[in-house]
Design a protein around this ligand. Structure first.
Ligand code: SF4
Length: 430
């Protein structure tokens, strides 16, 4: 998974942050309710509605109930925002002047602030996006033959404390709003000149960035509905993928409320090892997780589930582990009576400062894949992309820390010259 951490834009925020420490799941798998209830910073009273927060139905309701307008007006505004990337109501030229003025009073279209925008020589592109003065997340676009995939975050930090994950080291700060989730797609689509149905450069979205998306269920499901809406980004259901560490009850709820592709971060095929790597496994062990996956597939005939498996040297990359994984995958195919219902995505571990894990040697990765393929399990190895911009999982934190240090130095210089840093800090970060 990708990673980032707080970017304190001003020293004052550091003290505040100390008073509200991040939370994580403990080794017994406890602490979820505390984290899940930590919702985004509420909007100040009287604040205008950010239209990025609304999917088609809620925007239609907003037009009818708040503005006293016809519901179809919502469709015009959605196209302006998501197809043409327009955020100023005055530029929405097919809306009457009176309606534009009304929108200005009651609403806004506020995208995340781009703090860092970095292209890679191989076409990968990374954005570091400010969500509020203390928090930033990242989104990464990865082009490939005939497709362009955007990796999107769902939370600032994460409570699940997976042992090999850089994001876990910062703990959980807060859930992202719908606007902050779909805002990542909007920033990438605008940059790419993406036009749904015409010039489609963004073809897939994966909810595999920071955070556990199923712990921010409502906001994520609403954002995914905008991704799949023709008035939004028009992506087919199978082109939007949600990745979970195994929140079993929420997998069932997702099956009831949405139609997206599912990926599961497995990383081990036995409970003892998985509980060590993914503490959530103590709460929802592999048998329960696989049963939930089975129910998910059975609700959606012809769908498959991707099982992600990060390979760490000497931890989970031995032939015995591969054979165990192959058995589990074959059992799954048999249970749902469909060949290739389970696909495996092998991910070479991406070391980050302070981790005790190492990447498996290439020969072990290939041997692991071969064992699975020989057992008739569809298995891919994820290629490393964007090396020159640290876009691969687990690499952003050091850079952000450097950047934070540079910002602090810049602010100190301004202060020494008698210039108010808060007047200039925002531009410095942009
Ligand atoms: S679910 Fe696990 S791997 Fe994913 S962001 Fe959270 S701690 Fe990292």
């Amino acid at each position: 998974m990708t990673t980032t951490r707080d970017i304190p834009a001003a020293a004052a925020f550091a003290d505040e942050a100390k008073q509200s420490p991040a939370r994580v799941l403990d080794q017994a798998g406890n602490g979820l309710a505390d984290s899940a209830s930590n919702n985004p910073v509420p909007a100040p009273a009287g604040a205008r509605t950010n239209l990025f927060d609304l999917d088609r139905v809620s925007l239609e309701d907003f037009f009818e109930q708040t503005l006293g307008e016809k519901r179809y007006r919502a469709h015009q505004v959605m196209k302006w925002i998501h197809h043409r990337h327009v955020t100023q109501f005055d530029d929405m030229t097919d809306l009457g002047k009176a309606l534009r003025a009304k929108l200005e009073r009651h609403a806004e279209v506020r995208a995340p602030m781009v703090l860092l925008d970095k292209p890679s020589a191989d076409g990968t592109h990374k954005w570091l996006l400010g969500m509020d003065p203390r928090n930033a997340i990242e989104a990464v676009f990865i082009p490939d033959k005939g497709r362009g995939t955007l990796c999107v975050s769902s939370q600032v930090g994460c409570a699940l404390n997976c042992q090999f994950c850089s994001t876990a080291t910062q703990g959980f700060n807060r859930n992202l709003t719908t606007a902050e989730v779909i805002g990542q797609v909007w920033v990438a689509a605008r940059h790419l000149g993406n036009v749904p149905h015409l010039q489609r450069k963004l073809t897939n979205v994966v909810m595999m960035g920071m955070g556990e998306p199923l712990m921010n269920f409502d906001n994520v499901v609403r954002a995914m509905s905008i991704m799949r809406d023709d008035l939004g980004y028009g992506l087919a259901n199978k082109r939007v993928t949600l990745s979970t560490a195994g929140m079993v009850p929420m997998i069932d709820r997702l099956g009831e409320e949405s139609d997206v592709s599912l990926a599961v971060s497995l990383h081990a095929a036995n409970d003892e090892l998985r509980s060590e790597l993914v503490p959530l496994n103590r709460k929802y062990p592999i048998a329960e997780l696989m049963a939930a996956c089975q129910r998910y597939v059975q609700r959606k005939p012809r769908s498959s589930i991707t099982f992600e498996y990060t390979l760490m040297k000497g931890v989970n990359d031995q032939p015995a582990h591969a054979r165990q994984l192959a058995r589990l995958m074959r059992q799954f195919d048999n249970a749902v009576q469909m060949k290739d219902a389970a696909k495996v995505n092998l991910i070479p571990f991406n070391p980050f400062p302070g981790t005790r894990f190492e990447r498996s040697p290439e020969s072990d990765i290939r041997a692991f894949q071969k064992l699975l393929l020989d057992a008739q399990v569809l298995t891919m190895v994820r290629r490393t992309r964007g090396d020159d911009i640290d876009a691969a999982c687990g690499q952003l934190k050091g850079q952000v820390m450097d950047r934070t240090r540079r910002q602090a130095e810049f602010r100190n210089k301004l202060a020494a010259q008698g210039i108010d840093p808060d007047g200039a800090g925002r531009d410095a970060a942009a």
